[in-house]
Ligand binder design. Sequence first.
Ligand code: HEC
Ligand code: HEC
Length: 383
Amino acid sequence: MPRLSPSIITAAAILGLFAGCKSPAPVSPPAPAAPPAPIKPPEPPPAVWETENPVVPLPRPPLGVQADFGKLKVAVTPEKVRLGRWLFFDKRISVDGSVSCATCHRPESAFSEPTPHSTGVAGKVGGRKSPTFINGAWPLFDVYFWDGRATSLSEQAKGPMANPIEMGGTHEGVAKAIAGVPGYRRIFRAVYGDDRVDIDRIADAIAAYEATRMSGNSRFDRFDAGDAAALDEKEKLGRDLFHGKAECNQCHLGWNLTDSQFHNLGIGWAGKPGKPGKAGKANKEGFADPGRAKVSNKDEDTGAFKTPTLREVTKHAPYMHDGSLATLRDVVQHYNKGGNPNPWLSPKIKKLKLSPAEIDALVAFMTALDGEGYQDTPPKSFP
Ligand code: HEC
Ligand code: HEC
């Protein structure tokens, strides 16, 4: 193809220009002015309570924790977790502003409480020990509370808010109190798309925060992952007893060391049927607290309670549903003597004939279940 000389190109360009001038486009009448766009009030700049509590990425499950946020029925997002964390620590969700979830579920006690019974609004005392919920979003079976009466963390979270001896309010009252805080409305909008505040969203956000409280990477996990030096000789003996002679793993099994089932160990047994139980409440079965039987209506569930996780177990003394055993040694001794015999005692509970050294070893093993990942401190500031 012959090269075009620059002059031809220039001429063509000029022709083109003139061609453009030859037939001017008809001037169309100006389009009617578009109605002014509605002025959206700009979001105010982030407040101090927002910058002090930034959105953080979801934590990665620590070693040994078989958690998968993608498998949860509740969507867990970093923004929702931040909201749930505020609500969890916020006393304004109790009827008189005196109690938050963290009053009875303290981070330093692995989200349980260092007392046998919880004290709620106006100093009212309940009959059960506040349990830990670490790793609680991935149970083997969907049962929450000592008697399993709730089936999800979000359903569970609604309980205390309307419990007269815990937070003392009503679900409507809680939603109204939170909706009355403009900062919260703004965060609800960011998380849920609009600023409706209701009990389901409050519980959903709290459950998302709870799901991020995981504990793993303990010496027990590192040993199981192949680090033979993670446990000392005594702890190794304890580990063997736990899975062998003492058969603790009949019920404390799986990565979270619980079968999510209900068993009677004779805790809270008053002696013989007909006698009042420890809390002074007369009960024909002789148990201060009927436990699972109240939910299942099955006689054989009398005095049965949910197997708790043993992770972070050094942090949640006193032990059992009524906090009646003060130390881990007391617990092992309870098992060693075959529990408290009663008509409903689990057939899995038998005299163990452990020597004092073996009792020591089991206690030592349980201290190796302390890990990391769940720790937190209250938010610096609130909406
Ligand atoms: C007054 C103390 C108190 C307050 C406040 C309280 N709890 Fe509890 N929590 C308890 C006690 C006691 C239990 C065990 C009750 C039972 O089993 O019947 C419990 C049980 C639980 C469980 C069940 C854990 C499991 O593995 O079964 C979860 C989760 C929980 N609470 C979360 C919360 C949340 C979320 C809040 C705030 C909305 C809250 N709690 C407020 C005392 C309290
Ligand atoms: C038959 C099932 C079963 C067996 C076997 C069993 N446990 Fe338990 N464990 C439970 C249940 C259920 C509870 C709660 C009972 C209650 O509160 O009434 C519990 C509670 C505990 C607690 C208290 C935890 C807390 O947070 O309060 C510890 C510690 C414990 N078990 C350790 C052991 C050890 C060590 C062994 C072996 C010697 C063992 N368990 C064997 C079912 C079992």
